[in-house]
Unconditional design. Structure first.
Length: 370
């Protein structure tokens, strides 16, 4: 029996997780679902959106299924803290980013496929899979503001290009570090190539900007060239992030597997999602060597909370990714086929697809079609 941490989080996360449960129950997955606390509610009441007990729950389960969370910028977050917690040094940071780093979930897999018959498809035939590095890069969280004098002096002594910033007052200077490791680059590129090989895909496109961001993007490109040598028959394409956005809108059908660092992967995965119907269809898996957290790409959509109107397809496709990772490939294939049929049938649709069916009606239809 599997043990699965059940983390609905905030807002519509709860509603789409209910939809997932309907489908999992119909599949009779042999699993215990153990609910865990995560999200805004716990930030407000405890000053921590990812309590230690939730980390422990993850340590004691096979994987986690996660709904969605609300995140707000630091100052707004501070204003919503319970009065007795204010000014005690609590500072908000995203619990999903924390989970990715805490459990070293280095590979963020985001499939974006145009299901035939989806009225929201930008073009037919799109079948992209984004591999996003998930633990480092601009998300490393090493940031400075104000920048203290000793830090400025140090950077000035180390790099001549820092010199023009040395006289900027510390409060008026902000630095966010983009940290790459060779190991981090290699493992995300390898994951992309291995996936391409397993699924018979013709190319892997590495999306960076090495002509400007020479050191970090350069490290990723070098890793890609090296690893590509071990995969004859799969072409390596190198495209800059800005051009990639343009090409994805122009000729999305030309691309197959995309691999990028954390921030660029964040950007292209939203773009790719919109090409195939938007966040209502965007599933994602955060995969490490020992643990994995599965989450739809969308957020908690506070304005729809309580209405059971958002599209649960992203969550159902995420559930499919979880089943695949667990090795339950038959069940995973059932969800995929049934989602496909439900979309193609045009009978039951949520508002984003022009219908008026509820989140749970979609799940029930997917079950019928299974
Ligand atoms: C995503 C989201 C997150 C991210 C946010 C909610 C922190 O945009 O999963 O793509 O930036 O990674
Ligand atoms: Mg994102």
């Amino acid at each position: 029996m599997y043990k699965i941490a059940w983390l609905p989080g905030d807002g519509v996360g709860n509603e789409v997780m209910e939809a997932a449960k309907i489908v999992l129950d119909a599949l009779k997955l042999d699993a215990e679902y153990i609910p865990g606390d995560i999200g805004w509610e716990f930030w407000k009441s405890e000053g921590n959106p990812l309590p230690d007990r939730t980390i422990e729950l993850c340590q004691n389960t096979d994987c986690a299924l996660f709904g969605a969370i609300t995140s707000k910028p630091r100052d707004e977050a501070a204003e919503e803290l319970a009065p007795e917690l204010r000014d005690k040094g609590f500072s908000y940071s995203s619990p999903i980013v924390a989970l990715r780093q805490r459990f070293d979930l280095h590979t963020n897999l985001r499939p974006c496929k145009a299901f035939p018959g989806n009225p929201l498809n930008f073009k037919d035939g799109i079948d992209l899979v984004v591999f996003r590095e998930n633990t480092e890069g601009l998300y490393a969280g090493v940031e400075f503001n104000p920048v203290e004098d000793d830090m400025k002096a140090f950077l000035d002594s180390k790099h001549k290009k820092f010199h023009r910033f040395v006289d900027v007052p510390g409060e008026e200077l902000a630095i966010s570090m983009r940290i790459f490791t060779k190991k981090g680059c290699e493992r995300i590129v390898r994951a992309a190539f291995e996936y391409a090989k397993k699924t018979g895909r013709p190319s892997v496109t590495v999306v960076e900007k090495p002509n400007v961001i020479r050191e970090t993007s350069g490290m990723m490109i070098r890793a890609a060239r090296e690893i590509a040598k071990g995969f004859p028959g799969i072409e390596l394409w190198e495209t800059n992030i800005d051009a990639m956005c343009m090409w994805l809108v122009k000729n999305p059908g030309d691309y197959s597997v995309l691999v990028a660092s954390n921030m660029f992967g964040d950007i292209i995965s939203d773009l790719a999602a919109q090409l195939v119907g938007g966040l209502g269809f965007a599933s994602s898996a955060n995969i490490g060597d020992k643990y994995a957290v599965f989450e739809p790409t969308h957020g908690s959509a506070p304005k729809y909370y309580g209405q059971y109107k958002v599209n649960p397809m992203a969550m159902l496709l995420t559930t499919r990714l979880m089943l695949e990772w667990l090795g339950e490939t038959d069940m995973a294939a059932k969800i995929d086929k049934s989602v496909s049929k439900t979309i193609a049938d045009e009978k039951i649709r949520t508002y984003d697809m022009g219908g008026s069916n509820s989140t749970l009606e979609i799940a029930e239809e997917v079950v019928r079609n299974m």
